[in-house]
Design a binder for this molecule. Sequence first.
Ligand SMILES: NC(=O)c1ccc[n+]([C@@H]2O[C@H](COP(=O)([O-])OP(=O)(O)OC[C@H]3O[C@@H](n4cnc5c(N)ncnc54)[C@H](OP(=O)(O)O)[C@@H]3O)[C@@H](O)[C@H]2O)c1
Length: 285
Amino acid sequence: MKGMYSKKPILHKTIAISGSTGGLGQALCEHIAALGGNIIMLDRNKEKAAFLAARIKEKYPDTVTEYYPLDLEDFESVKQATNRLTEHVPDYIILNAGAYSIPRHKTALGYDNVFQINYLSPYYIARRLLPEIEGRGGRIVAVGSIAHNYSKTDEDDIDFSKRTRASRVYGNAKRRLMFSLFALDSKSITVTHPGITLTGITAHYPKLIFAIIKHPMKVIFMSPKKASKCILEGLFSETHGNEWIGPRFFGIWGRPKKTALTTCTSDEQKRISRLSDTLFEQLNS
Ligand SMILES: NC(=O)c1ccc[n+]([C@@H]2O[C@H](COP(=O)([O-])OP(=O)(O)OC[C@H]3O[C@@H](n4cnc5c(N)ncnc54)[C@H](OP(=O)(O)O)[C@@H]3O)[C@@H](O)[C@H]2O)c1
């Protein structure tokens, strides 16, 4: 892919990435290793991470990989991984892990698990590590979604635990993550999105329907390898205001492009930001 994406050196830089074992995460790890970066895998499944690390080692023997356990549903695990990252601050963090149509329950913090996985935990990690990452001239790259536009926030149901539609619940969490990160107004934060691509997250349909749509989806949408370049570009590109980076054509196809989002009013963004500040203070106390 030509254009905005360019092979700028991340040689010997360390990139921590959550959800490295997923469809986009694996593709990102391959890109990072190919560019000479080292990887901290922030994952909940040690075996999957070890399998991926071995595959990367085989292809890119000079790449150093480490594994830090991280379960975004479990705030103790989130705190432990974050503390570890503050002791060995990476140059970049990609907040890539996410979950869409999964069985729902309240976490120990009392929030919907989809809300905690896609917003509360990654937001906490970003806030805790931002000063150190800024100090290093690095960057935090968050993965948003077009689905953020399916849900206006609701102060009476902040985690959408009263809602049932997966797209709305997931969209609300992504919306809160994206717009609270924009509100931090830091040169060291970039929000990205991959458009739509066939991965674990898009394979949530009933088996028969998935068997029918799987192949057309592969033809219609970009592969995870291509789509992940929009996230990778976040490592290299500074964004301003409510700009995010995603595929240039209809938000689903083509090379990475910065676009200014107008999908949230400044009033709603202020409310999102205020609540995020409050939640972060509570979690950090
Ligand atoms: N694919 C798309 O079309 C699309 C579109 C827009 C945005 N996105 C975003 O892209 C990111 C990557 O998703 P993907 O498409 O690669 O989906 P995926 O293949 O399902 O990968 C999701 C990753 O998140 C991890 N994860 C899920 N729950 C977790 C938890 N509680 N704690 C820690 N890690 C957890 C998964 O771990 P396991 O491997 O252990 O399951 C996996 O590594 C997500 O943020 C997603 O919202 C994807």
